[in-house]
Design a protein around this ligand. Structure first.
Ligand SMILES: [Mg+2]
Length: 490
């Protein structure tokens, strides 16, 4: 048995190795840990994988009569980030803050000017809910392709006689086809080493949890064939004790149809892995057997594990996290892969943040001083009016002069404030641009929370950048949330 990690060294962890806590969770009470597969256990080499989806889908556009020139459109894995919203009617991509206020908007590769953005979006009738949310990595390449076609349409008017919404509908259809007809899977399965990144600590991470007495299960929407091939690639020969990846997992649930799995009442079907035949489940779930379909309530009934004893680990904020938490009360760990690289960048930008904070403090003090000056000015006006009414000419003149001095001072301070505002804005934008040149930080808009950050805070009990970060923590750790603290505790 390997040594299980304790809590002693946690303070030494780098940020990208940490688990962050939104809601307190005692791992000692967790009996089962469920894992999503794609982008959770299986980490894709995004550049290769999404470029493949991009190209395969583009081929279908051209085959269905779109201009052949589209073949020159290039995939850029870093153009978009998760948490953006897509306005399919106008062909725009938006970054929205926690108050649903649109802060950045692009039409193709053109940034919308502030006044245009404001007149279109920041009006009362705007509802972020009616837009498409870029939640998954799959949707990143999808939306990038949409952006490229919108840009093409802007550069070449009338070459595509369709509305943006129609283009998006075609895009959805072609992507579904690429997944269904195997255009993407065949490539991945033929060369998994090109498309999947092995995490050398994954096997150890899973084994620690098993040794601590937790049941692990796999819950994926992918098919058995695809799941088996990729899981064999990432875990097949990573351990002397577990020679088959299935030995890590007590229950294996494929083609699960999340988020419907968490809300629906679909029955389980057992897959005969040797023959590929499928039959309805009769009786309990057998360990190491493979099932498809099913639903969370029945899973709990058949395994005898309560919802709050299950920790579910997934990358999809809606399909994995919001639904599992709301519908069946499972505890949740959200994997935000890109947070890893972002935290490395932010670590290097610590100085920039503290510079911004000290400017903001300076601004706060200047702002207070200005307000004090304004109240003094009002007071002197009152005194002056009184003196004039009482016929005290000299006193009124004296106050008038003092008042002028104060007004000059206030003017200077107002200019200083404007300058500080400008500096803070410029420094904040420059810092964000070093994280991502167009969209800035994933979890922030300027210095405020992004809509994505709000969702993470609302729905994920824990979040981290990789499943294998679990290995740094005791399987019995009590994760405590800062939200349980009061303002004076800090
Ligand atoms: Mg996934």
């Amino acid at each position: 048995m390997a040594n299980l990690p304790g809590s002693r060294n946690i303070s030494r962890l780098k940020k990208w190795q940490r688990l962050f806590v939104n809601r307190s969770l005692n791992m000692g009470n967790i009996k089962a840990i469920g894992f999503d597969m794609d982008h959770t256990l299986v980490v894709y080499n995004r550049e290769a994988f999404e470029a493949l989806a991009f190209r395969e889908t583009l081929k279908k556009f051209i085959a269905s009569g779109y201009p052949e020139e589209l073949a020159t459109l290039a995939f850029d894995p870093n153009l978009l980030i998760r948490g953006l919203l897509v306005d399919m009617d106008r062909g725009n991509v938006l970054k929205v803050d926690g108050h649903k206020y649109v802060k950045v908007a692009y039409h193709g590769h053109t940034r919308l000017a502030k006044d245009v953005r404001r007149s279109v979006y920041n009006i009362e009738s705007f509802k972020a809910g009616s837009l498409l949310s870029v939640d998954t990595f799959f949707s990143l390449s999808e939306v990038q392709l949409f952006t490229e076609i919108v840009d093409y349409m802007a550069r070449n008017p009338n070459k595509i006689q369709k509305s943006y919404r129609e283009v998006y509908d075609d895009l959805r259809r072609f992507i579904d086809q690429s997944h269904a007809d195997g255009s993407i899977k065949t490539h991945v399965l033929a060369h998994p080493e090109k498309f999947v990144r092995k995490d050398k600590y994954l096997a150890l991470t899973l084994k620690q949890q098993i040794e601590a007495g937790k049941s692990l299960f796999l819950l994926t929407n992918s098919s058995w064939e695809y799941t088996n091939a990729l899981m064999t690639y990432i875990l097949g020969d990573e351990s002397d004790e577990f020679t088959d990846w299935r030995q890590y997992f007590e229950y294996i649930l494929v083609s699960a149809g999340k988020p419907g799995f968490f809300t629906g009442s679909q029955p389980f079907y057992e897959i005969q892995t040797k023959t590929g035949t499928v039959k309805p489940l009769a009786g309990p779930l057998a360990e190491r057997s493979v099932y498809q379909g099913g639903n969370a309530k029945l899973f709990q009934q058949l395994t005898g594990i309560r919802g709050d004893e299950i920790l579910f680990v997934g990358d999809h904020i809606y399909g994995d996290i919001i639904r599992s938490k709301h519908s069946v009360n499972w505890r949740t760990l959200l994997v935000i892969e890109e947070l890893g690289t972002e935290l490395v960048k932010l670590e290097a930008l610590k100085r920039a943040l503290s510079d911004i904070r000290s400017k903001m403090e300076e601004r706060e003090i200047a702002d207070e001083d200005l307000q004090v000056l304004h109240s003094k000015l009002r007071w002197q006006e009152r005194l002056m009016a009184q003196s004039q009414a009482n016929g005290e000419v000299k006193k009124a003149q004296y106050i008038g002069k003092e008042r002028e001095k104060l007004a000059t001072k206030a003017g200077r301070l107002a200019t200083r404030l404007e300058k500080l505002d400008f500096e803070i804005k410029t420094m904040t934008e420059a810092r964000a641009a070093r994280v991502h040149p167009v969209w800035g930080e994933l979890m922030k808009v300027g210095l405020e929370r992004s809509r994505f950050a709000d969702q993470v805070a609302d729905y994920a009990c824990l979040y981290t950048s990789a499943v294998s970060n679990l290995r740094f923590y005791s399987p019995f750790k009590r994760f405590s949330s800062v939200h349980d603290m009061l303002a004076h505790d800090f």
